[in-house]
Each structure stands twice: as structure tokens, then as C-alpha cells.
Design a protein around this ligand. Structure first.
Ligand SMILES: NC(=O)c1ccc[n+]([C@@H]2O[C@H](COP(=O)([O-])OP(=O)(O)OC[C@H]3O[C@@H](n4cnc5c(N)ncnc54)[C@H](OP(=O)(O)O)[C@@H]3O)[C@@H](O)[C@H]2O)c1
Length: 334
């Protein structure tokens, strides 16, 4: 493969921040054992930060963003992978799309250790919708280790229409939980109910500041993709002995809370950090997600497709909290 190909490149120079489509050659790609023709690369919140001049996530420039990708192996010096194999490539935001070129490109070169083979019959789009479930499955694992079970009461998902939030609502409801969903989008009720939510809360309610250290006990557990004031709300309203899986920061980092939920209700705040999760555990989570066959019925509801040209618009909308579901960039029209 020698022909130039298209990629979306962000750059920061003395003249300022730029982003747009460029023609690259194979020699522009970073080292790695496996060359992949990219079918799709999703827009994660962290990708949106990479595409923002104030994002403070990119660790090198120029950079092709795209934390995750799925596609077909074109060349491989890693004996585990052969040309024609369908794979997903991700190191969960450690380097790919952050300090080495990622998936917003017709071709990507990656280390073999980043690759997860797609089981027969699982399409690229399906794989990338399921991959948003890995941090959710990790969060659920931690919650269940801390005694969460469907009979203990409802579980709240915050940032519920986001890529991870959508998977959280879907996965929890399929595992038998009563799921409440918090969203900033007043028109998202039908979408969230379709995914499995039985109660919808407004973002205003779940991000309201309060001087009260404790409020009525409501949630046996929660998956929080929002952070900030929402994490403080969850601490005030989690039931005795309940737990919060803190995954994200879409609503802000700082929060004001007291120790009373911890020492009077024994609640637990469980931090989830996928980049530092050991590779064998990530592989287990990926395999766990690929076994969630009933989630596949929701792929067309959750996923939408965009092209390389759409990336500036979509990433800006994401940072403004205006996107929904799992947005997949299709770098090539092929
Ligand atoms: N811990 C880890 O290892 C890990 C792994 C992957 C991702 N993450 C983090 O998880 C978070 C979600 O990622 P994602 O890719 O799912 O992003 P996403 O698709 O943009 O979803 C975030 C959702 O949060 C809500 N939101 C956005 N802005 C908000 C604001 N100002 N206040 C309150 N809610 C707001 C929106 O949902 P509603 O409109 O429905 O409220 C939005 O759709 C990000 O912070 C990401 O960095 C963490």
C-alpha cells in the first residue's frame, strides 16, 4: 500500500491551533506491527478534547485523533494477525489518538498488543458500540463487588444519552437492574426508554448544588459519566451501603461534598480508570461485551455515522453536551 490516503490532523504551532483533512503516506504512520484499513473510529469525549485548542489531552502534534478504531488487517508482522482479519484497536486512551496517530484516517499502524479480534459475525459498527461498554462493565464489576444487586434498588446512570451512558443504560437493564437515567436533553425520553430506562431525571435535578449533606436515599448504585456537581448529588442521595462508579468528567471536575455520606451511610465512591487497567482485564471486559448479544438489537438506535469533514462540528457539539449515542467516523467512502 503506497498510495497517499486521507486523514484528519490536528496541529498546534506558533501560529495557533489548526485541524483538517490532509493526505498522508504510509511513512507518516507511527511504528507498529499491524497496518489496518480503518472502517470506523468513534468520537469519544476524550477525542473531542483532542480536537479542541483548550483540550489539554494531546501529547504530541501534528496528531491524527481517534482513540479506538475497527477495520481490516492489511499487513502484519505479528504472527497473531493475518491480512484480512477483522480487528478492533484500542489502548483505552493511553497513547493511541493521544501521543501516536489514531483512527481518524483511512489507514492506521498499531502495535499487535492493541488489537482485539472480532468474533465471527460481529460487524465493525457493532464492535465499536459494544466497546463503549468496557468502562461500564468495569464499573458494574466494581459495584457488584461492593454488593450491588438488582434487588437492592434502582441504579442511576448520569450523562445517559452519551456514548458510555447509552451503553450503561442498556447493559444494566439487560442485567436485570431497574435503571433511572439522567439527561440534559428534554427530548431524549423515548431514546432512553428504548434502551431500557424506566425513569428519566433532568440534568438540573442531578446537578443541583445543595447545602444539605444528606438527602432522601434513592439509589442503590450509579454509573456516573458526568462528575462535578452530579457526583456530589449522587453522594447525597445514595442509599445506605450503596456505591457510585465514577467514570467521567463531562460536567466538570470539582465538586463540593461532605464526609457524611461516607461515615453515616457507608457509601463507596469507586474510581474507574481504564488506561491503567491491566491488559488481561481489558481483554476480559471486551470478551464480556461481545457476549452481550441482546445489545446488538440497539446498535442502529445508538450509533450514527459521520465523515472526516464532520469532525470539527461533531466534536464541538460533544463538548457542548449536544450529541447523542455513539458517533462513528467513517474515514473512507469505500
Ligand atoms: N474512567 C475511564 O476510564 C473513562 C473511559 C472512557 C471515558 N471516560 C469519560 O467518560 C465521560 C463520558 O464519555 P463519552 O465518550 O460517553 O462522552 P459523551 O458521549 O460526550 O457523553 C457525555 C454525556 O454527558 C452529558 N453532559 C455533557 N456535558 C454535560 C455538562 N456540562 N453537565 C452535565 N452533563 C453533561 C451529556 O449527556 P446528557 O445530555 O444525557 O446528560 C453527554 O452526552 C467523559 O468524561 C470521558 O472522558 C472515562
Amino acid at each position: 500500500m503506497t498510495a497517499p490516503f486521507q486523514a484528519f490532523v490536528v496541529n498546534q504551532t506558533d501560529d495557533g491551533f489548526t485541524m483538517g483533512i490532509q493526505w498522508l503516506n504510509q511513512r507518516d504512520l507511527p511504528p507498529g506491527e499491524v497496518l489496518i484499513q480503518v472502517a470506523y473510529s468513534p468520537v469519544n469525549y476524550k477525542d473531542a478534547l483532542v480536537c479542541s485548542p483548550d483540550g489539554r489531552v494531546a501529547r504530541t502534534y501534528p496528531l491524527v485523533p481517534g482513540l479506538e478504531l475497527a477495520g481490516v488487517v492489511v499487513e502484519s508482522t505479528d504472527p497473531r494477525f493475518q491480512p484480512g482479519d477483522a480487528v478492533l484497536a484500542s489502548d483505552f486512551g493511553s497513547t493511541q489518538g493521544v501521543s501516536r496517530h489514531g483512527g481518524y484516517s483511512e489507514y492506521a499502524r498499531v502495535p499487535g498488543d492493541f488489537l482485539f479480534p472480532l468474533p465471527a459475525g460481529l460487524g465493525f459498527k457493532q464492535a465499536l458500540v459494544l466497546s463503549a461498554g468496557a468502562p461500564v462493565a468495569m464499573g458494574l464489576r466494581q459495584l457488584e463487588k461492593n454488593d450491588l444487586a438488582p434487588q437492592r434498588g434502582p441504579v442511576l446512570v448520569t450523562g445517559a444519552t452519551g456514548g458510555i451512558g447509552s451503553l450503561a443504560v442498556s447493559l444494566l437493564s439487560r442485567r436485570g437492574y431497574t435503571v433511572a437515567a439522567s439527561t440534559g436533553k428534554p427530548d431524549a425520553s423515548d431514546y432512553l426508554r428504548q434502551l431500557g430506562a424506566s425513569e428519566i431525571l433532568s440534568r438540573e435535578e442531578t446537578s443541583a448544588e445543595s447545602n444539605r449533606p444528606l438527602e432522601a436515599e434513592r439509589w442503590a448504585g450509579s454509573i456516573d459519566t458526568v462528575g462535578g456537581a452530579t457526583l456530589a448529588y449522587l453522594m447525597r442521595t445514595t442509599k445506605q451501603g450503596g456505591a457510585i462508579a465514577a467514570i467521567g468528567v463531562a460536567g466538570g471536575a470539582a465538586f463540593r461534598a461532605t464526609v457524611f455520606p461516607l461515615i453515616l451511610r457507608g457509601i463507596k465512591v469507586l474510581g474507574i480508570d481504564m488506561p491503567s487497567t491491566p491488559l488481561p482485564v481489558r481483554r476480559e471486559l471486551w470478551e464480556e461485551m461481545t457476549r452481550e448479544a441482546t445489545l446488538l438489537n440497539l446498535v442502529d438506535t445508538i450509533a450514527s455515522e459521520v465523515s472526516l469533514e464532520d469532525i470539527p462540528r461533531v466534536t464541538q457539539a460533544m463538548l457542548g453536551g449536544q450529541t447523542r449515542g455513539r458517533i462513528l467516523v467513517r474515514p473512507s467512502e469505500q
